[in-house]
Design a protein around this ligand. Structure first.
Ligand SMILES: [Zn+2]
Ligand SMILES: [Zn+2]
Length: 384
């Protein structure tokens, strides 16, 4: 609706009418900043569809979408981009294609795997991360990876007519800071179930609907826009949670504090260089040009699973998140011994072990410490 008595609007209407003209009437809008922005959207379900819809409409120029799930019939009632002919196709693939179709200014990419498989080095490539996830495990991982790489991320969650949005910044509380003992227990249990191949307890059957996801993702996208154009003073949900109780249409903020015991707070260390993932652990020192005295450290859980004592078989080493079903002997169903390695020396026997690329994320950050100095190094494996 326009007001013909308002001279400002009349003046603008007489001038150019580019695609983003109405957005650019907002005094602080910066379309070029949005067009050059690189945003990672994690989750392509009800929230992900709405997040991508908003970011693509306003012309965020580069969207990368990650989701491992396929489109099911019930998604059609909540996801604006999904049609009956898309059923059984990957959510991230369809969402990426449809976003570019809606606005050809938007370049998209997609990945059909859990976010943990892409690695913290992958997270570090983006200006901002916006998440619409359905499980705590992925949120904890993403929160830690964002902290480590100094990235801001905006989390959204929905249940019934309720929803919440929280923006995490590198020097503030992280997702895990808000977790209590019970949450940690549930998370540890879920991770070990995955290793043993036991069916996961948490499923995607949370009650949700299209209106709740649209409101929550709308708030996430709005905060994303402010961040991307550098409008920091309007950035409203930093270090707090914005909650909506849809039944009463009540909204409120709650403050989140940094937890002193949280294990995911890292000092920022510059990433020195990168290299292709070598074939043995020991070769990582050479690839990184490090002396044998340097200690190699891993950020996420890095484990050794021993071969079966009854059936023989080789031990395997890799990232716990990616070693699904490897904790059990395939022949005799015995639970295998697991050892956690957060730091390795070049002289340790595990340094002789072969690297199995499928147990390594696409882009992983590792840390070398030598004489009290820490340096960070990026290891990249070839795409599958
Ligand atoms: Zn924390
Ligand atoms: Zn066995």
């Amino acid at each position: 609706m326009t007001d013909s008595n308002n001279p400002i609007e009349v003046e603008f209407e007489a001038t150019s009418e580019g695609r983003y003209h109405r957005s650019e009437l907002i005094t602080w809008w910066d379309q070029s900043a949005l067009l050059s922005a690189k945003v990672l959207v994690v989750g392509a379900g009800a929230l992900g569809n709405e997040i991508v819809k908003n970011l693509a409409l306003v012309g965020v120029g580069n969207l990368t979408i990650v989701d491992m799930d396929i489109i099911e019939h019930t998604n059609l009632a909540r996801c604006v981009f999904f049609r009956p002919e898309h059923e059984q196709k990957f959510k991230s693939e369809i969402l990426a294609a449809e976003a570019s179709r809606m606005n050809s200014d938007v370049k998209t990419a997609f990945y059909t795997c859990p976010i943990q498989e892409l690695g913290d080095g992958f997270i570090g490539q983006f200006d901002l991360i916006v998440a619409g996830l359905d499980n705590r495990e992925a949120r904890v991982w993403l929160g830690a990876a964002a902290k480590r790489t100094g990235r801001v991320w905006i989390d959204g969650a929905i249940e019934g007519l309720m929803g919440k949005v929280q923006t995490f910044v590198p020097d503030g509380p992280c997702y895990a800071c808000t977790m209590g003992d019970k949450d940690w227990e549930a998370l540890t249990k879920r991770l070990s179930c995955k290793l043993l191949g036991v069916e996961e307890m948490e499923g995607g059957h949370t009650p949700t609907n299209a209106t709740t996801s649209s409101i929550i993702a709308g708030v996430q996208a709005q905060e994303a826009i402010k961040y991307l154009v550098g409008k920091k003073d309007y950035f409203a949900i930093e270090n707090k949670v914005w909650r909506m109780m849809g039944e009463q249409m009540a909204t409120f903020f709650s403050i989140v504090d940094i937890s002193e015991d949280c294990p995911f707070h890292y000092d920022f260390i510059e990433t020195k260089a990168s290299a292709q993932l070598p074939t043995t652990i020991g070769q990582i020192w050479k690839s990184a040009g490090q002396s044998d005295q340097a200690v190699l450290g891993f950020y996420d859980d890095f484990i050794l699973i021993e071969g079966c004592k009854k059936c023989g078989g080789k031990s395997k080493i890799g990232y716990k998140d990616l070693m699904k079903r490897q904790g059990m002997c395939k022949s005799c169903d015995t639970e295998l011994n697991i050892e956690l390695f957060s730091r390795i020396q070049a002289s340790d026997t595990v340094s002789q072990m072969a690297i199995i690329p499928e147990y390594w994320p696409l882009k992983t950050l590792v840390e070398f410490t030598h004489d009290g100095n820490a340096t960070r190094y990026l290891l990249e494996r070839g795409t599958k």
